[in-house]
Design a protein around this ligand. Sequence first.
Ligand SMILES: Cc1cc2nc3c(=O)[nH]c(=O)nc-3n(C[C@H](O)[C@H](O)[C@H](O)COP(=O)(O)OP(=O)(O)OC[C@H]3O[C@@H](n4cnc5c(N)ncnc54)[C@H](O)[C@@H]3O)c2cc1C
Length: 292
Amino acid sequence: MEKVFDSKLLTSILSKSSLKDYSNIRIGDKASYLFMPQSISDLSSIIVKANKADLEILPVGGASNILFGNVGDRVLILDRDLPMYYNIKENEVIVTSNHNISIFIDEMKKHNLGGLEFLAGIPAHIGGAVYMNAGAFGKNISDYIKWVEIVNVNGKREILTHDEISFSYRKTSINGFIIYVSFGLDQKPKNKISAEIKDIISKRHSRHPYDYPSLGSTFKNPENNYAGKLIEECDLKGTRIGDAEISSKHGNFIINKGNATFDDVMSLIELMKNEVYKKKGIKLELEIKVIN
Ligand SMILES: Cc1cc2nc3c(=O)[nH]c(=O)nc-3n(C[C@H](O)[C@H](O)[C@H](O)COP(=O)(O)OP(=O)(O)OC[C@H]3O[C@@H](n4cnc5c(N)ncnc54)[C@H](O)[C@@H]3O)c2cc1C
């Protein structure tokens, strides 16, 4: 390890915690390289050194879409200790990627700026939501992005305009660690934004299991269909392996009922995929990122 990262970097920002402490579904073991840089220059140094040593880099935001298995010698970089900042000029907001999206939506409301309300209630950070092109209720975060600033694999800062990024269903072409995002938001009265947030959160709570840790939708929706509906039609809701359970509220959510393990969740995923293929002839594609 010392050969890759110098001792200053290691002692100041290498976390000894278990990934479980950061994972939204509360699953994960210790990682050899789990960094929490406090400056963009530390972030760049880590990326350059990891790249030179040919180690895979994994940016981590809210960890609300990552299932951690054996992460091996991947270099995990958490955004939470990086500086936090936002700046508003008319309806353009430049914001650091480590803001929690729901807190950011509330903060923008104070300035009568809205648009992202459809994402209210998601435990994501802005960087993860942008990388995943998070969406809901027929809208995607990409609709509001003007540009994104990344630290690329060579440790250099680079601006990618909206048109230079390819956005698709829960996927983008971004290759690097997102540090800033510029959004073009809508001028909207506070009370209208508040009403929309309330409505979205109430819809989420009525449809999704918020009482146990999860990673949101396990699978992408197949074209003209819904993964949750297919799983429900295969009578899988409520199925439990160890402490992992297919939510009885929403078939596409796997919840952790206590001490679920990576293997418990993977066994459920295999079961869901196999049953849906056997009974419906449809191959489900993972939306969550499995790191193993
Ligand atoms: C209760 C619940 C509800 C959810 N509802 C929705 C929903 O309605 N719509 C939706 O789209 N998703 C939803 N999700 C899933 C999840 O919140 C989103 O995928 C979100 O975009 C992930 O953000 P994150 O910060 O947690 O990313 P992480 O889980 O930390 O990472 C996800 C991916 O993004 C990459 N990444 C993270 N940060 C950066 C960065 N700074 N730079 C580059 N890459 C980065 C990671 O490497 C990883 O590949 C839900 C999840 C939960 C638990």
